[in-house]
Design a protein around this ligand. Sequence first.
Ligand code: MN
Length: 228
Amino acid sequence: MPDFVIAPPPVTALPVQGKDGLFPVRRVYCIGRNYAAHTIEMGGDPDREPPFFFQKNPDSLDPGGVFPYPSKSDDVHHELEMMVALHSGGTDIPAANALEHVFGYGVCLDMTRRDLQGEAKALRRPWEIGKSFEHSAPCGPIVPAANIGHPDKGAVTLTVNGSLRQSGDLDQMIWKVPEMIAYLSEYFELAAGDIILSGTPSGVAAVVRGNVMDAQIEGVGKLSVTVR
Ligand code: MN
């Protein structure tokens, strides 16, 4: 073991359904506007433009079931997304082989300080201030592909206090999971521990303290998160 001058920060690690071991997180990539109806609600063009990505910090992922309402925002939105967890990676991965790199899937919320993201967009600044704050990615366990396969269709729904907010289907993704992996790997070297958030269907909206967000992705799992 090398000596450190300060204690090394903890590795973010997510529970894995059916296993005692944890999944260690290296990077978190998030695709923007990957469902046509959400692209339209955000003022974009749903034609198949090249995908774009931003990153959250690994320690944004939080499997604890509680979302502390963040500072400096009065307009925090939920975005329900399927997360994809890689057990291997590389560069220039062909889409035809991309799913070989997937360890599993999970249910995740890309929580967003929409007011700060909107200011950043208007000023042509990066999105981190709206996207990459503490606890900004509440998530469930990783569910191994060995158990559920590679879901490419299935209902994606989110309710808040029992009222339906988001409803879509995995088959509405503009860029499919293998295509996302292939595209990302042209720009970055993907590796074991990387997580990709695959975009959100329409219906994103604000939450307030006390709300309970119940998310479900058919074939993957469920997630319940309370806004504190
Ligand atoms: Mn998102």
